[in-house]
Design a protein around this ligand. Structure first.
Ligand SMILES: [Zn+2]
Ligand SMILES: [Zn+2]
Length: 76
């Protein structure tokens, strides 16, 4: 296999901040550095403790993570 490797636009993190809705634009290899959005926001997050990553609690959108399944670990 000799396919040329194209770095642009591949495997972006794309994680959405549960509170602000900002989207991480870093490559998905940025871990363990924090997520960062184009707006300058940066944050760490982890699996939501309310819904355990399902995004739903009792069949409604999880209020803790807004359905993103992750919640910020650092106070915003
Ligand atoms: Zn990220
Ligand atoms: Zn949740």
């Amino acid at each position: 296999m000799s396919e040329p490797t194209r770095g642009l636009g591949k495997d972006l993190c794309g994680r959405v901040h549960a509170v602000t809705g900002a989207e991480c634009y870093l490559p998905d290899t940025h871990y363990p550095r924090p997520h960062q959005a184009l707006s300058g926001d940066s944050w760490h997050d982890g699996l939501c403790s309310e819904c355990a990553g399902s995004g739903l609690v009792s069949d409604i959108l999880c209020p803790s993570c807004n359905g993103t399944a992750f919640e910020p670990l650092t106070p915003y």
